[in-house]
Write a protein that binds this ligand. Structure first.
Ligand code: THU
Length: 130
């Protein structure tokens, strides 16, 4: 299955009763394994957890720690832009040149990199004096 199809399939499971906006994400780890996530909203935190964060949590739970590629899909007019928190989460587990492909359900595609999405992000090097 392609990374896009994995993201498309898991999007069907998104739990988004508040926003009604379903998102699917898939990450390919450097091991080759694919891990998926969808957004999950809840009454206490209606903004919920993003699909990208879910896919990263699944990756870590499965024992992988490095991301090789990311795909995200939503029913949006333009390819959906990952939120700031998810950019940071992806960046912490990926090299800067890792490709993030953003898709719409009707076939638009935007290919970028995590470094483009999060230039000058915070990383552990800033804490090297601790
Ligand atoms: N959402 C994601 O899951 N990923 C994104 O890249 C953008 C937004 C979710 C969070 C929330 O459940 C809904 O979309 C609306 O913000």
């Amino acid at each position: 299955m392609t990374l896009l199809n994995a993201a498309r399939a898991v999007r069907e499971n998104a739990y988004a009763p508040y926003s009604k906006f379903k998102v699917g994400a898939a990450v390919r780890a450097t091991s080759g394994a694919v891990h998926v996530g969808c957004n999950v909203e809840n009454v206490a935190y209606p903004e919920g957890t993003c699909a990208e964060a879910g896919a990263i949590a699944a990756m870590i739970a499965a024992g992988d720690t490095r991301i090789a590629e990311v795909a995200v899909i939503a029913d949006s007019p333009q390819p959906v832009s990952p939120c700031g928190g998810c950019r940071q989460k992806i960046a912490e587990f990926a090299e800067g040149d890792v490709v993030v492909t953003l898709h719409t359900t009707d076939g638009l595609e935007l290919k970028t990199t995590i470094k483009t999405l999060l230039p000058a992000g915070f990383d552990a090097d800033y804490m090297s004096r601790v």
